[in-house]
Design a protein around this ligand. Structure first.
Ligand SMILES: Cc1cc2nc3c(=O)[nH]c(=O)nc-3n(C[C@H](O)[C@H](O)[C@H](O)COP(=O)(O)OP(=O)(O)OC[C@H]3O[C@@H](n4cnc5c(N)ncnc54)[C@H](O)[C@@H]3O)c2cc1C
Length: 425
């Protein structure tokens, strides 16, 4: 709701949070609920981050709508969080206690008269790649980013705002909600502390040439697998292989695809083994006869997640193979993929043919593309360093790969650090 209030050119708050994923949302809410004002800046058209793109999330295997809905309810219940979507930080000066921040607000091209009637979308002739589905499906150029989108409002892809064909959408809107003349705007914010929670992106699997992603149709990544399993995904939840849309009878999960590998990401992304075991449940529930194979160096299921591993091991159709997959080739006769793996203990080479392979790629911090301004120290992989909390404070997966539960705990700590930043400097 704060999103819809008139926005002054100069605003103030105790804390600025950059990144509207689960970490940033948590920091913002925890701060607001103790009575402090927060500005929450998200560069995309909706809050939610990567969790919105999952089908279910472990450990409870709930759909992302559960957690997001509770958090959005908390945001709506307070007047202390000013949400700015389609927003970017242009510059920051100052120090803990007083930062001056320039924020650029990119146009949505849809104003607050939008009632979600969908008339604009119906007549729209322009299509764009659906980034939520990693380009595997299209949306219209005027679209609702997600069923759970916040703000719950359409947006026009800026690449098409000047396209003459969009005028039809303007004319179709009964409420005058589409305004293709909207311009970017810059505002100034004065805040006492800044929390940087810009999250992660998947490692670019096309860089792992030996595993064939981008060349072999039936090799997908773990983030794509989430979308294939999701009802809002490109196949409406049918886990089918891209080459011929056949439902799968066998699948191979390739762990550490580029991770723990000095040529790619030397570190472990901490969640990939659990994510693959979770994705195996998607397959087993939908296709009870399907055989699931997981190739691993070691299975990492820390703490209470061990239960999840034990349950997976008990499934007679879930086969665990110790081995690093070094090569994937296509069987041209049927489009299947052949995984060649080396047992990391015995050195034995095995080959296995399956319908589709899923590469468990790791998490790369978004700070690699856009480092936070000022005094935030970054480690050799681009993650923010937690000890740098005397200046800009890192939160969630911007600090290291972590799951949702850890991100929430970390982001709650970041809220407290921000509240005390002034006295700790
Ligand atoms: C395949 C896979 C499956 C997973 N499944 C699970 C699971 O089942 N359970 C679980 O607990 N965890 C799971 N995870 C981990 C989970 O995705 C992360 O814990 C979670 O996304 C971390 O949230 P975050 O807010 O730190 O980052 P993000 O979700 O990445 O959110 C960051 C937000 O910041 C925004 N942003 C980025 N840069 C800027 C900028 N410069 N300015 C403004 N905004 C910016 C982004 O648009 C985004 O909205 C999975 C991970 C993978 C790889």
């Amino acid at each position: 709701m704060a999103e819809f209030e008139p926005l002054q050119d100069e605003i103030t708050a105790e804390t600025l949070v950059v990144g509207g994923g689960i970490s940033g949302i948590t920091t913002a809410i925890e701060t607001a609920e103790v009575g402090r004002n927060v500005i929450l800046v998200e560069k995309k058209p909706t809050l939610g981050g990567r969790v919105l793109a999952t089908n279910q999330y472990f450990p409870k295997l709930c759909p992302p709508s559960c957690g997001i809905e509770i958090n959005l309810k908390r945001i709506r219940a307070t007047d202390k969080v000013r949400v700015l979507t389609l927003a970017e930080i242009e510059s920051v000066t100052g120090e803990p206690g007083k930062y001056e921040v320039t924020i650029k607000l990119n146009p949505r091209y849809v104003n607050d008269k939008c009632t979600l009637c969908g008339e604009c979308e119906k007549v729209c002739e322009v299509e764009r790649d659906n980034d939520l589905n990693y380009g595997l499906s299209k949306t219209k150029a005027v679209y609702l980013p997600h069923m759970m989108a916040y703000p719950h409002r359409y947006v026009v892809d800026p690449a098409f705002a000047n396209d003459d064909r969009m005028k039809k959408c303007v004319e179709a809107c009964p409420y005058g909600a589409i305004d293709l003349d909207m311009q970017p705007r810059t505002i100034k914010a004065t805040v006492k502390a800044i929390v940087w929670a810009t999250g992660w992106q998947p490692y670019d699997a096309t860089r792992i040439d030996n595993l064939g992603f981008g060349r072999i149709k039936n090799v997908v990544t773990n983030v794509i697998m989430e979308r294939l399993a999701s009802e809002s995904g490109p196949t409406e939840g049918k886990i089918v292989r891209p080459s011929d849309q056949q439902e799968i009878k066998s699948i191979g999960f390739v762990q550490c695809a580029g991770s723990r590998d000095e040529n790619h990401l030397p570190y472990c992304s901490a969640v990939c083994c659990l994510a693959s075991m979770k994705q195996a449940t998607y397959v087993r529930e939908r296709y009870p006869d399907a055989e699931v194979h997981m190739f691993y160096i070691d299975v990492r299921s820390p703490g209470r997640y061990e239960d999840f591993y034990v349950t997976s091991q008990a499934d007679e159709k879930f086969h665990f193979h110790r081995g690093k997959v070094g090569k994937i080739v296509e069987n041209p006769a049927n489009g299947n993929v052949i995984l060649e793996a080396e047992n990391t203990l015995t050195g034995q080479i095995t080959k296995l043919e399956v319908d589709m392979a899923v590469l468990a790629v790791g998490m790369v911090p978004n700070t690699v593309d856009q480092a936070p301004p000022l005094d935030a120290p970054i480690d050799e992989f681009g993650f923010l360093i937690a000890g740098g909390d005397r200046g800009i404070i890192g939160a969630g997966s911007a600090l290291r790969p972590m799951d949702v539960a850890a991100s929430i705990q970390d982001a709650t700590g970041a809220a407290l650090k921000a509240m005390t930043a002034e006295v700790r400097r």
